[in-house]
Design a protein. Structure first.
Length: 95
């Protein structure tokens, strides 16, 4: 999942081509928790307000040779003397 320019997107990379099958406006309260998994032959993206109850975000067919790579990072696309900070909290942790 990618958060960029106020949009939250499910992101998929096939053969070096990146696609975003679904993008929606980011809502901090509704999209506080994210998870990606495999369920019944589908790659699924879900969001949650509390990390307990999950809402479907996107799903795509999952093949046996599917590789999942998780990256967490922040970038600043313009030079700024004060670019701000980013905090990652509760990574890979149940609420």
């Amino acid at each position: 999942m990618v958060l960029e320019n106020g949009m939250l997107s499910a992101t998929v990379k096939f053969d070096d081509a990146v696609t975003q099958p679904l993008s929606v406006p980011y809502v901090a309260g509704a999209h506080r928790w994210w998870r990606v998994g495999n369920l019944d032959g589908f790659a699924i993206w879900e969001t949650s307000t509390d990390g307990l109850l999950w809402a479907p975000f996107e799903q795509l067919p999952w093949t046996t040779d599917t590789e999942v790579v998780v990256s967490v990072g922040v970038s600043v696309l313009s030079e700024s003397p004060e670019p701000g900070t980013a905090d990652f909290d509760n990574f890979n942790r149940e609420p």
